[in-house]
Design a protein around this ligand. Structure first.
Ligand SMILES: *Cc1c(COP(=O)(O)O)cnc(C)c1O
Length: 305
């Protein structure tokens, strides 16, 4: 297979345009700052954003097995599980999802979606989840590719680095990305742009980004600026101001955000601009990493999109 065009070999990604949409606000204009969003959420109506990139090389490895089997892990609202289940169905790969915790009385929409794609779901206690054994999995499911939670790992970074092809290295003075497992961040850090990367952890007190990046093979952290203050209380936590921001953002820019990652990052970018963080002339590219299926867990009527 042609290594230089791995994306085009995946029918799920195809050759979709990924626009960089300008976000115009009077206050940005006043301060001489330009903000754009790289719309990775536009790649596919079902599986959008960074997850499909992180999966590219794992899917390729799994597809070479006979029978092809991919096992992966996630929580009951995991964007990663949703993307993996869909991609596996499209590519004819058997998929197994190891889900943290007890089987819920009412399935989350994410788990229902995964099962509708044909994913076999196995529920694991928290301790079993943390230390899934390859031997047990091989006994239960045969030869397989095990994809860590969120696609964390070197193949995930290689896939995430494909996102760099959509980023013009000469246009932007700053890149901005939300962080979960730090795999996408690691991929971005491998791009040819020299722009600083603002990283917005979706978790509270995420102190291990450095060691995560090291494990992922990234040692040069000079471009990295950690912005840890916009987690809104922790992973998947939210408050009225975040929801208000998302609804207003959609009204003004017609771009849907997800409440776990991209909304917190954009809130942070808006706030930093208001506080004068960016010098005049800054051109900021924010990655819309998708994940919109996660909004389904919000009560009906919470969002205006
Ligand atoms: C998973 C996810 C992230 C985090 O990506 P990592 O590579 O795990 O850091 C960011 N945004 C969205 C929408 C996601 O679903």
């Amino acid at each position: 297979m042609d290594e230089t065009q791995p994306i085009k070999t995946l029918p799920i990604i195809g050759n979709k345009e990924v626009p960089a949409d300008r976000i115009d606000e009077p206050v940005f204009f006043d301060k001489g700052i330009e903000v754009s969003m790289l719309r990775l959420d536009c790649i596919h109506p079902v599986v959008s954003g960074n997850k499909i990139f992180k999966l590219v090389y794992y899917l390729r490895e799994a597809g070479q097995l006979a029978p092809s089997t991919l096992i992966t892990q996630g929580g009951p609202y995991s964007n990663h599980l949703a993307a993996a289940s869909y991609a596996c169905r499209v590519l004819g790969i058997r998929s197994i999802g190891l889900v943290r915790g007890e089987k819920p009385q009412v399935l989350s929409h994410t788990l229902q979606f995964c099962m509708d794609q044909g994913m076999t779901i196995q529920y694991l206690s928290r301790s079993d989840y943390r230390q899934v054994g390859t031997e047990d999995l091989t006994r239960d499911f045969g030869t397989h590719i095990l994809v860590p939670e969120g696609g964390f790992g070197r193949p995930g970074v290689k896939g995430a680095a494909l996102i760099n092809q959509y980023i013009d290295p000469y246009v932007f003075t700053h890149l901005s990305v939300p962080v979960g497992s730090a795999t996408t961040l690691a991929g971005l850090l491998q791009g040819s742009s020299s722009a600083p990367i603002l990283a917005f952890p979706a978790l509270r007190n995420m102190l291990d980004i450095g060691s995560r990046l090291e494990e992922l093979g990234v040692t040069d952290l000079r471009r990295l600026t950690l912005i840890p203050d916009y987690h809104f209380g922790g992973f998947a936590k939210k408050d009225a101001s975040l929801i208000r921001f998302m609804n207003e953002f959609y009204l003004r820019h017609q771009i849907p955000l997800d409440f776990v990652y991209t909304a917190k990052m954009m809130y942070g970018i808006f706030d930093l601009i208001a506080k004068g963080y960016f010098p005049k002339g800054s051109r900021i590219l924010c990655l819309h990493t998708g994940g919109l299926q996660g909004n389904e867990s919000l009560a009906a009527g919470t969002l205006n999109f």
